[in-house]
Write a protein that binds this ligand. Structure first.
Ligand SMILES: Nc1ncnc2c1ncn2[C@@H]1O[C@H](COP(=O)(O)OP(=O)(O)O)[C@@H](O)[C@H]1O
Ligand SMILES: [Mg+2]
Length: 264
């Protein structure tokens, strides 16, 4: 059985600046991996590279045993990006956004098949938004919008699912609802790479923690609690890979990129 993901010595540079360096990461089928670390440590950049949205500037990446350059089976991969832009213009309905997740399954200009409609309905059900399908996404709370994006990815029935900070700015009840959705996804056997600054209610789903610091992996092992990841001195007592720099929390402002998701 081929591994969902195998990155060897991966590097990503943005505008000539190395943002991810020397990252080797293997994800096994059915694993639920939490990718953690301070803001600016390179988590989103790594995930963009893993989903083919940013080119690697070094190292090699395989998805399901296939080098990224020749990987074509993108319907096996789902991705929920970090942020959604403010709603503007004509709002898409929840159903339309979720239906867009079936695009890779459809033949060009053909109407939705019964299988498409079933997948869309199931995805809305899993995230608890079936009763909001006809509403405009702009009418939803931030947490419900995030779950709409998750449903869109789910509708594509991916085997390997990347979520970047799905709980950022989401209130606790919606975080709990999201944890239930991801729990169902995990029970179906999906492989999940979850980027999170803090895990909160998602913590109970995690099989393995990977912590990034300054573009490198500072820890890869059994699940860590939020407070352990953010404690001063992290990486000195727990890390498998020792790093000469003292642990630090940096809070760099987020930078928008052309890949940032927008509703309009
Ligand atoms: N599009 C971009 N242009 C310039 N710098 C970027 C861009 N995206 C990310 N960076 C920089 O790369 C570093 C890592 O960012 P990012 O991957 O977003 O970290 P994280 O997701 O862990 O918060 C940061 O220093 C950030 O400012
Ligand atoms: Mg990020």
């Amino acid at each position: 059985m081929s591994l969902p993901l195998r990155l060897t010595d991966g590097a990503v540079a943005i505008a000539g600046r190395p943002v991810v360096r020397g990252v080797s990461l293997t994800v096994r089928p059915g694993e639920f991996v939490a990718l953690m670390g301070a803001n600016g440590s390179g988590k989103s950049t790594l995930v963009r590279a893993l989903t083919g949205l940013l080119p690697l500037t070094g190292g090699s990446l395989e998805l399901y045993g296939e080098p990224i350059a020749s990987f074509a089976d993108w319907r096996r991969i789902g991705f929920v990006p970090q942020r959604i832009g403010a709603a503007s213009g004509v709002p898409a309905s929840v159903w339309e956004v979720v239906a867009s997740g079936r695009l890779t399954h459809r033949r060009l200009l053909r109407p939705l098949s019964r299988a498409d409609r079933t997948a869309i309905d199931e995805a809305l059900e899993v995230v608890g938004l079936a009763d909001r399908a006809r509403d405009g996404v702009s009418q939803l709370s931030g947490g419900q919008q995030q779950r709409t994006l998750i449903a869109r990815a789910l509708a594509g029935e991916p085997e390997l699912f990347f979520l970047d900070e799905p709980t950022a700015g989401v209130d606790l009840p919606n975080q709990v609802a999201l944890a239930a959705s991801l729990g169902r996804l995990k029970a179906r056997g999906a492989t999940v790479v979850l980027v999170a600054h803090e895990l909160g209610p998602l913590g109970s789903l995690v099989d393995r923690s990977v912590v990034m610091r300054d573009g490198r992996i500072a820890y890869d092992g059994s699940p860590l609690a939020d407070h352990a990841v953010h404690s001063p001195g992290f990486g000195e007592t727990h890390a498998h890979h020792h790093h000469p720099d003292p642990a630090r929390r940096d809070h760099l402002p987020a930078v928008s990129s052309p890949f940032e998701e927008r509703w309009d």
